[in-house]
Design a protein around this ligand. Structure first.
Ligand SMILES: [Zn+2]
Length: 105
């Protein structure tokens, strides 16, 4: 029986996660932090979606390119500088159409 909600073949299974803690907010989900490499992921059990998140209390979603890379890479076994930089690359908040028009004007 899989310990974590993601697929058994997933590279995410190579991480040594703490038990997922539910984190509320604009992007609610269970937070999983790897004890070895410190990568953080959120899992939305309703949508069955996993994404990488940054540090701090907010745990904002990281940029899609970072998220998809983190999800497809097996655990490196220890924290590294690249991950440290990646975890600062928070996904830009969505702008609404009006704001976009204003910016390009
Ligand atoms: Zn790991």
């Amino acid at each position: 029986m899989p310990k974590y909600p993601w697929q058994p073949y997933s590279p995410l299974r190579t991480h040594d996660f703490d038990d997922g803690v539910f984190v509320d907010g604009p992007q609610p989900g269970n937070l999983f932090v790897c004890r070895n490499c410190n990568r953080r992921f959120k899992f939305d059990s309703a949508a069955h979606k996993t994404w990488a998140v940054g540090k701090g209390r907010t745990y904002f979603a990281l940029h899609d390119s970072v998220s998809s890379r983190w999800i497809t890479q097996p655990c490196s076994g220890s924290p590294n500088e690249q991950d440290e930089e990646d975890s600062k690359r928070v996904k830009p908040r969505l702008m609404n159409a009006a704001q976009k028009l204003k910016r390009s004007a």
